[in-house]
Design a protein around this ligand. Structure first.
Ligand code: NCD
Length: 314
């Protein structure tokens, strides 16, 4: 594997291999000395053209735990804000000897352009591109589900028959897309629930069931309920009447939490709009995996950087 651009590119075996390797990385993280020497002498650049909290620090922690040298490049305050193109930026990174580039960009497809351009010969990891994909988020979500649902028997397994309901702003969500493709590959059954205005055109061609009623979705007792953030910054029109109306119909609140089976997981990629798509009671409940998702993200990103940059052999 040279790049990670989309979960569509992963076979079932490759996906399970990444999840298993992330288990090894998580174990290494419990040792007294957390650092592994695997990427000593390699340089990883975090190239972030869009705001991020957890994804950026997660990639940074992952690269550092593998002993890589990490350069954080944020578009704000760089020559990008003076109009420098992706090509010029890539050539600069090539000149300083970057081996891996982790890129977040507001344009869907920017990571693939970088990977295929020939401007730089580095492994490229998509850390979120527009509304297109966020493959390491899909992987860390699958890892979190597998760990919670299969426990010690996780290794080597996929998610066959696991029912996952993804709720909310599917239209603008790269997290939803990366999850849908990966979960299908891993054998899970996905249902999307949203107001019709927040479902993408062509969703009928996706490998999912579609519903519009959160109460019906909760009554169906899914193994996993994944809430998505309302991405106001990507909305150029009114997609629902009011925030109050949205949370009444599609918000996961304390009352709906009470109706969800005790064994079901509640997930959210963060950042959350507490009180809009999810209540604090649900976000902070024992069924919530939100903090685990962040911790697991480091292990997944270590696994991905290792596979891309350490020469492949595990
Ligand atoms: C997501 C993203 O940026 O795509 N957040 C994340 O990476 N944890 C989801 C979001 O912004 O809602």
């Amino acid at each position: 594997m040279k790049h990670l651009l989309s979960t569509k590119d992963l076979s079932r075996d490759e996906a399970v291999q990444i999840l298993d390797l992330a288990e090894d990385m998580a174990q290494a993280g419990t040792r007294e000395v957390k650092k592994l020497p695997a990427l000593r002498g390699r340089t990883v650049v975090n190239l972030f053209f869009e705001d991020s909290t957890r994804t950026k620090i997660s990639f940074e922690a992952a690269a550092k735990r593998l002993s890589a040298d990490v350069i954080n490049f944020t578009a704000k305050g760089s020559s990008v804000s003076k109009g420098e193109s992706l090509k010029d930026t890539a050539q600069t990174l090539a000149a300083i000897g970057a081996d891996g580039v982790v890129i977040r960009h507001h344009s869907s497809g920017a990571p693939r352009v970088l990977a295929q351009s020939g401007w730089i010969d580095a492994g490229v990891v998509n850390a979120g591109d527009g509304t297109h994909e966020h493959p390491t988020q899909g992987l860390l979500d699958a890892f979190t589900m597998r760990k919670r649902l299969h426990g010690d028997a996780s290794r080597g397994r996929a998610l066959d028959g696991v029912t996952v309901t993804i709720v909310g702003d599917i239209l603008h969500s790269r997290v939803a897309r990366s999850n849908v493709w990966l979960l299908e590959t891993l054998g899970a059954e996905v249902t999307l629930v949203a107001p019709a205005t927040l479902l993408p055109v062509g969703v009928d061609t996706w490998p999912v069931a579609v519903g519009y009623d959160l109460d019906a979705a909760v009554a169906a007792k899914p193994d996993v309920l994944m809430m998505l953030r309302i991405q106001s910054e990507r909305m150029n029109a009114a997609f629902f009447p009011t925030a109050r109306e949205y949370s009444r119909q599609w918000g996961f609140d304390d009352e709906r939490l009470a109706r969800l089976p005790a064994a079901s997981l509640v997930m959210h990629p963060g950042p959350m709009n507490r009180g809009l798509e999810i209540s604090s009671g649900a976000a902070d409940s024992a069924r919530s995996t939100i903090i685990e998702q962040v911790a697991n993200g480091v292990s997944i990103r270590m696994a991905v950087l290792y596979l891309l940059l350490a020469g492949g052999a595990a």
